[in-house]
Write a protein that binds this ligand. Structure first.
Ligand code: TLP
Length: 342
């Protein structure tokens, strides 16, 4: 059988030849002491790209989100976030286990929280309520199917949050996908949020790592707490060098992943037994439900046997993600296989 078509996630991308060369030649030092020149270069470049004061290289997106939540809040506070946000659904309860805060989830349509939806859930701490410590947004939104926040919604939420004395953290694991979908720069689409986490190891294709960007004092605090989590690395320049290549080169190719996702979604929507609104696919994530007498797990297992790998996201729900390791021909083959299996 030929190479499997792996649509589980864009995290499965392997480093490009240019990344591997950069890794082999990386100038390194001990990052614990701030002496890895490649990590320092990556952090400066990230801060510059997002027009923020400072940045911190972290091993994973989950650690970046946790550090942001931990550094912006006090124990016993609440974090207002979408009910399908990655921080709430997919990060092992870390915000409660480690930062000592409670998620206060809010339902949204398409993963987009407007201020109207957030406002009734903000508590100042009177009466029986735990005070709100932070608002967390996610763009592109993973579980909502790669949806993208309109920059004006972020700006509006930020203006209201700041007026109420609250900070906003943006889980921008796939913020470059969001920027490409909007045809704008990452700075233009993240107006006024206080911190942003973005991943290098997803559609951008670097093997490991994420960055947390924000004000200098906040990043200094996050750097100390990264040590508490055991996340201070040593000659991490080996990883940062690949990340620098990813940061400069990969955003240019994300549009192709989005076109492929749309092609996949349009093909899927025509297959009887699949429920999907292809017009909602804005980036590289396609989530659909099965309307047949099988489970998502059985469907995924049958596909895997035939060389197509997808993620099970619910009893009847499947996620497929396009990335640079799957081309249009592979997606056509995947569609044929899915049709045959169903
Ligand atoms: N998401 C992974 C899985 O955990 C679901 C994936 O395959 O999509 N924020 C968002 C929006 C994410 O999608 C992810 C990873 C993270 C944070 C965490 O990043 P990592 O995996 O580096 O900890």
């Amino acid at each position: 059988m030929s190479q499997p078509i792996d649509l589980r996630s864009d995290t499965v991308t392997r480093p490009t030849p240019a990344m591997r060369r950069a890794m082999a030649e990386a100038e390194v030092g001990d990052d614990f002491y701030g002496e890895d020149p490649t990590v320092n270069r990556l952090e400066s470049r990230a801060a510059e790209l997002f027009a923020r004061e400072a940045a911190l290289f972290v091993p994973s997106g989950s650690m970046g989100n946790l550090l942001a939540i931990w550094c912006w809040t006090d124990r016993g506070q609440e974090v207002v976030c979408d009910s399908r946000s990655h921080s709430y659904v997919h990060e092992m309860g870390a915000m409660s286990a480690i930062a000592g805060v409670m998620p206060h989830t809010v339902a949204s349509s398409d993963g987009i929280l407007t201020w109207d939806r957030i406002a009734p859930h903000v508590h100042t701490g009177g009466g029986y309520y735990a005070p709100t410590g932070l608002i967390e947004l996610e763009s592109s939104h993973n579980l909502a199917g790669g949806t993208v926040y309109p920059p004006e919604v972020i700006a509006d939420v930020a203006a209201h949050a700041h007026a109420a004395g609250l900070k906003i953290h943006l889980d921008g694991a796939r913020i470059f996908n969001a920027a490409v979908a909007l045809g704008k720069s990452v700075t233009e689409i993240t107006p006024s949020v206080d911190s942003i986490m973005f991943c290098l190891s997803k559609g951008l294709g670097a093997p490991v790592g994420s960055l947390l960007v924000g004000p200098r004092e906040f990043i200094a605090k996050a750097r100390v707490r990264r040590r508490i989590l055991g996340g201070a690395m040593r000659q991490a320049g080996v990883l940062a060098s690949a990340a620098l290549v990813a940061l400069e080169e990969s955003p240019k190719i994300l549009a192709r992943d989005h076109e492929n996702a749309r092609f996949l979604a349009e093909g899927l929507a025509q297959i009887p037994g699949i429920l999907l609104d292809a017009t909602k696919v804005a980036t590289n994530i396609v989530i659909f439900d099965l309307d047949v007498r099988t489970t998502a797990a059985a469907f995924a297992a049958a596909l895997r046997e035939r060389g197509v790998i997808c993620a099970v996201f619910g009893p009847q729900t499947i996620r497929m993600v396009t990335h640079y390791d799957v081309d249009r021909a592979a997606i056509s083959r995947a569609l044929e296989t899915i049709r045959a299996v169903l």
